[in-house]
Design a protein around this ligand. Structure first.
Ligand code: SF4
Ligand code: SF4
Length: 98
């Protein structure tokens, strides 16, 4: 399985988000300028990191820490399903049961 295959293309990470202590609010009226809202796909996918400074690669750390991704993101669910834990100081995998 490729890492990218985990993504379910929901596009929730391509909208403005505000984090509060107990919830994350996704502003569906404020999509990234490169998001094609009719398809939910990025219109500049191959070049997204160069063209969009706010866009960053989803890493294993993002999936486990969760705070860089919206609730319901398939990467967060995948990390929880596989019981992956990272040490915050070293960002090393300390437990994994695939
Ligand atoms: S540039 Fe990044 S944030 Fe913007 S639509 Fe593409 S993948 Fe989403
Ligand atoms: S929120 Fe997660 S599952 Fe949805 S498009 Fe973004 S990375 Fe993929």
């Amino acid at each position: 399985m490729r890492w990218e295959d985990i993504c379910r293309r929901c596009s929730l990470c391509c909208y403005e988000r505000t984090s509060f202590s107990d919830e994350v609010v996704i502003n569906k009226s404020s999509p990234c300028r490169f998001l094609d809202v009719s398809t939910g796909l990025c219109s500049v996918y191959a070049d997204r990191f160069r063209l969009c400074p706010e866009c960053s690669k989803v890493t294993l750390w993002d999936a486990v820490a969760g705070d860089a991704l919206p609730p319901g993101c398939a990467y967060i669910e995948w990390a929880r399903r596989h019981h992956i834990r990272l040490r915050r100081d070293k960002r090393a995998v300390v437990e994994e049961s695939l």
